[in-house]
Design a protein around this ligand. Structure first.
Ligand code: XIL
Length: 383
């Protein structure tokens, strides 16, 4: 039955999903195949050996996405897509302080544990995100944490949380978004509650405590706004490098830098500055993970197809650039389906349309982003 569509030789032209659909419609119109068979074939086209995870694995790479435990449990297409496409997961929110610490003396590990169980069941790694950040702090933080107890509360949290997951995670984002050049400090540190309450050595304390709690997990510094060749982002990259150098010179355990990669179509294309940054990290023996990749289309006008092309092109260009660097080991998108992207809240489109920013659309069909990602994974040199 599939011979008709095999003859079209459409399965191996990955970047041409629209062409595939156009051809498929012709086949349907010609009465050769029912639409359900075309749809099934399209699904087959991106699963198993044609999935992102299979293509990543063939090149020694990890690929995956941020996930929401409730969706994994309640929405079968969501769970199936995540299981099919990812060999590495990260909790979008379930491992943040606000989620884990409903009260100072109470931990709620159930949602995060559910993600870990899902990952284990599907032979996937799991990243921890995150142990120390100025956002997603619980409401009790402000009234409970003081200059006197902040250091203790930070270390207890890390001991407890990293201890709970010890030996079970691929990596931890130990410190998230600690640099903000706009705050004007010579060390580049952001004016955050942690800086204020603990002092600048909070970063070092967090990494050392995490290492004591889990000696095996890769410890990561994660940040955003370090992708483009603008003066501001160049300065931020320099401060991140300086921070990593300071930590390494003091023998602080740190193994990787996470480049969040929340990009915006129409806002510039990452280039030489990012490449150089990744190379400098390699010279310091640091791995690099692309931790939160997505492309907002809120600045784009034009038809859905035009926007899709621009978003997919940026994905392709970006991934080709970073995956050419051998210390880049993992790529995670911030979500798997446009249905649940945070960008619909973060960068709401003024025309009210949904963001089209991830490898699967709201109906769990692969988008041009999917094919751009898969092509870029394939272009990676084999290990
Ligand atoms: C975002 C989540 O996607 C949202 O659901 C939540 O409301 C706010 O946080 N940088 C990070 C992530 O490190 O944790 C953020 O995730 C996105 C920006």
């Amino acid at each position: 039955m599939l011979s008709g569509y095999n003859r079209c030789e459409i399965m191996d032209t990955p970047s041409t999903r629209r062409q595939f659909l156009r051809q498929s419609l012709c086949v349907v119109a010609a009465g050769i195949l029912p639409w359900s068979a075309i749809k099934a074939a399209a699904e087959e086209n991106v699963s198993g050996p044609r999935s992102l995870r299979a293509h990543a694995q063939a090149h020694g790479l990890l690929v995956g996405c941020a996930v929401v435990p409730e969706k994994l449990a309640d929405e079968t297409p969501y769970a199936n897509t995540v299981a099919q496409q990812a060999n590495l997961l990260v909790a979008e929110n379930a491992m943040k302080w606000r989620a884990l610490r409903p009260a100072p003396d109470k931990y709620n590990f159930a949602p995060a544990d559910a993600i870990l169980a899902f990952a284990n069941a599907h032979d996937q790694g799991l990243r921890g995100h995150n142990l120390c950040w100025h956002e997603a702090l619980p409401d009790w933080f402000q009234t409970t944490v003081t200059h006197e107890n902040a250091r203790q509360i930070l270390t207890t949290h890390i001991q407890h949380v990293a201890g709970h997951f010890a030996g079970k995670l691929h990596s931890w984002d130990v410190v998230n978004e600690a640099i903000d050049v706009k705050d004007g400090r010579p060390d580049g540190l952001r004016k955050s509650p942690w800086l204020d309450l603990v002092g600048p050595d909070y970063v070092e304390i967090a990494f050392r405590t995490a290492h004591k709690a889990d000696a095996k997990v890769l410890l990561t510094y994660n940040d955003y706004g370090i992708e483009l060749d603008t003066p501001e982002q160049e300065q931020k990259r320099a401060q991140v490098l300086a921070l990593v150098k300071r930590l390494k010179s003091r023998h602080v355990p740190i193994h990787a830098v996470g480049i969040q990669s929340h990009l915006t179509a129409g806002e510039g294309i990452p280039g030489a500055g990012l490449r150089e940054f990744i190379r400098e990290l390699r010279a310091m023996d640091m791995q690099v993970f692309i931790t939160e990749l997505d492309v907002s289309d809120h600045k784009l006008t034009g038809s859905a197809a035009e926007r899709d092309d621009a978003v997919a092109k940026l994905y392709g260009d970006y991934l080709s650039l970073v995956l050419a660097e051998p210390n880049v080991k993992a790529v995670l998108t911030w979500g798997i389906t446009d249905k649940y992207t945070w960008l619909n809240h973060q960068h709401r489109r003024s025309d009210g349309l949904q963001q089209r920013c991830l490898p699967f659309d709201v109906e769990y069909q692969p988008t041009p982003v999917f094919f751009a990602m898969r092509d870029a994974l394939d272009a990676r040199r084999r290990p």
